[in-house]
Write a protein that binds this ligand. Sequence first.
Ligand code: ADP
Length: 360
Amino acid sequence: MSDLEINQQLQEALQAFRDPETGRSVIATGQVGDFSVSDGRISFRYSITSLLKPISEEIIERLKSLITSRIPGVKEISIRLENLHKPPVPIGQIGLKAKAVIAVAAGKGGVGKSSLAASIALTLEKMGAKVGLMDADVYGPSIPHLLGLDGRPEIVDGKIQPKLCGSMPVMSMGFLLEKNQAVVWRGPMLHGSITQFLRDTDWGELDYLIIDMPPGTGDVALTLSQLLPLTGAVIVCTPQEVALLDAGKAIAMFEKTKIPILGVVENMSGFTDPETGKTYDIFGRGGARAKAEELQVPFLGEVPIQIALRRESDEGRLAEALQDPVLSKPFEAVCRGVVRSVAASFAQHAQSAALPVLSL
Ligand code: ADP
């Protein structure tokens, strides 16, 4: 096949490739360009937003396999990734500038939900996305402790300035309470605080706002769903039967409030002895995957018990602990799963928005 023919077929193949964020053809959006075909070697540019950065490698692999399956005789494909700046449009009645809002929830306390919410936020940021973290676990806000953040947030021009963990904005009720102070929340007060956290905090422009939800109850989920369109919920559970039952209840609760389930994560799934390398399944293993299959929701991955993770987060050093590639590897896999689910949900919306309206 001549280079000219290859180029023509390449354009046709790319016409069929949809950008995972917009669901539109990458040719139509102008995200691919600067084509060169010479002696069977293809090269072009693909501009990608920071929202998709965590899965950029697999998008490139998908592109390459589409091209090789469609065009015989291609010797080499080189795709240059470039940054595409596409700011979020303000969402909900409160005008939050975030492309995806993700609730991290659990059916019961102590399964590692807050650790997972913070680790997902930190890892998505490390993988190239713009992320904010909101602690809506108003009954037991533990995000400030995990990240070693404290002190009262400042107010500048009427906006609450979030605390920064590195460059990631973080907001928590824990910043406003005295240590060990208990709060009894009445419905309207809870609604008011959550609204204020979302509306009056200077979040900037985000790809992902990760929200650490209180365990079990549905009131915060209800408030959130009234304020903005939540992209979906990530459910955290441990492999024990009782945790799995509670996870099932949490999933049912979200489905009732019409919040989509992005997937289930199994935390504390096995323990590998750092001395011997031997793995022990302390709470069992694989239950969350089976539960996800049963309920037909995506399974996002397993996070093993890691002693260093517990030790470092108890000392407020979770962000530092995740610099260790061994500790962060399972979270990277979970984050790729989350981004895949978010992209699938965007694509579904784009498709239903593109459905023609029948005029009768
Ligand atoms: P929850 O928000 O569900 O109540 P936390 O995130 O506060 O749970 O975690 C409870 C405890 O378990 C914390 O001490 C935390 O450091 C520890 N922990 C959570 N996940 C892991 C893990 N994968 N390995 C080791 N310790 C963990």
